[in-house]
Ligand binder design. Structure first.
Ligand SMILES: CCC/C=C/C(=O)SCCNC(=O)CCNC(=O)[C@H](O)C(C)(C)COP(=O)([O-])OP(=O)([O-])OC[C@H]1O[C@@H](n2cnc3c(N)ncnc32)[C@H](O)[C@@H]1OP(=O)([O-])[O-]
Ligand SMILES: NC(=O)C1=CN([C@@H]2O[C@H](COP(=O)(O)OP(=O)(O)OC[C@H]3O[C@@H](n4cnc5c(N)ncnc54)[C@H](OP(=O)(O)O)[C@@H]3O)[C@@H](O)[C@H]2O)C=CC1
Length: 270
């Protein structure tokens, strides 16, 4: 997004859409998570943000304080099962859960031969098991509101990506879980989808060392463009809106065609 207010440029949803609705967003202090919170609160939602560090969460709170909805936050390591369950329950009791966005995640880039079992377990825990815990804990609240779940995945998750064996395995697991729960909970009116952003230049991918990597990712993207935080946020909000009523069990890739291109790889072939 180069011109004007980036959110303004991609905003298609109507003001006040989520008045009286509630959401939980993990990884809410930075990058994509902060962008999602900003859009949801802008549309009138009451949102609880989770993340380990309080400072970025407080910055998100500052950024949205004049907006129509509300934002509260809680420091929570999503890999701590009891803390995560308690945080979801507190949010559910405070404002209800019409939308759960499992966005917290991350990994390191390494060839499989350099991933130790502990490294593998850490990435699976953060990017798969924590999502199961959050989603299961949110179930009663989602059920009472006929709510939606959006799980942040990666572009190309179905084709594989060199340097990301652990993360792709976790996110493929999330896709399988998403489709299974979409079946199990369809009768409750709960919808679950995965979003696969392409390259989003957030703090995780913005330093000098990441520049060469970024150039390679953009070259491998048929539309040769980054995905903006605002585009991911608008699509997330759409999936929670009445217009997304029949959308469930899907992986929606918002990536300038990256998933049909040469592949987004974080290391070269051996
Ligand atoms: C297309 C776009 C792609 C996506 C972009 C983004 O996601 S942007 C967002 C990007 N931002 C982020 O992703 C940031 C968030 N990422 C993280 O916090 C970590 O990567 C984490 C998920 C592993 C955290 O787990 P934790 O706190 O439990 O970590 P820990 O320190 O305790 O280590 C556990 C094990 O992992 C091992 N290990 C670690 N690094 C490497 C390495 N480079 N190489 C090999 N191994 C590595 C470490 O050695 C240890 O194993 P050991 O030696 O005991 O056998
Ligand atoms: N940027 C990109 O190009 C792409 C990103 N994604 C995915 O989108 C999601 C957001 O990424 P992005 O905004 O770019 O990256 P960031 O690194 O900015 O965001 C990750 C967020 O997750 C939080 N987080 C990480 N670990 C934990 C934990 N154990 N408990 C609670 N919160 C945690 C972090 O907060 P804190 O450290 O304070 O806990 C941070 O706010 C991730 O799942 C990422 O893999 C997908 C495709 C492309």
């Amino acid at each position: 997004m180069k011109d004007g207010d980036p959110q303004e440029t991609v905003s298609v949803l109507k003001d006040g859409l989520f008045k009286g609705k509630g959401a939980v967003v993990s990884g809410a202090g930075t990058g994509i998570g902060r962008g999602i919170v900003t859009r949801l609160v802008g549309l009138g939602m009451d949102v609880t943000g989770l993340g380990r560090r309080e400072e970025p969460l407080a910055e998100t709170a500052e950024a949205v304080k004049e907006m129509p909805g509300s934002f509260r936050y809680q420091s929570c390591n999503v890999r701590d099962i009891e803390a995560l369950e308690a945080a979801i329950e507190e949010a559910g009791e405070t404002h209800g859960i019409d939308l759960l966005v499992n966005n917290a995640g991350g990994q390191f880039f390494a060839p499989a031969t350099e991933i130790s079992r502990r490294g593998w377990d850490a990435v699976i825990d953060l990017n798969l098991s924590a999502i199961f815990t959050a989603t299961k804990a949110a179930y009663p609240y989602l059920k009472s509101r006929r709510g939606a779940v959006v799980n942040m995945s990666l572009s190309g998750v179905e084709r594989g990506s060199m340097g990301l064996a652990h993360s792709i395995a976790a996110r493929s697991g999330v896709l399988g879980m998403t489709r299974s729960l979409a079946l199990e909970w369809a009768g409750d009116g709960i919808r679950l989808n995965c979003l696969g952003p392409g390259t989003v230049v957030t703090s995780g991918l913005s330093d000098e060392a990441a520049r060469a990597l970024l150039d390679g990712l953009l070259a491998a993207t048929p539309m040769h463009c980054e995905t903006s935080v605002e585009e991911v946020a608008e699509l997330t909000a759409f999936l929670a809106s009445p217009a997304g009523r029949l959308m469930t069990g899907q992986l929606i890739q918002i990536d300038g065609g990256a998933h049909i291109g040469a592949g987004l790889h974080m290391i070269g072939a051996a």
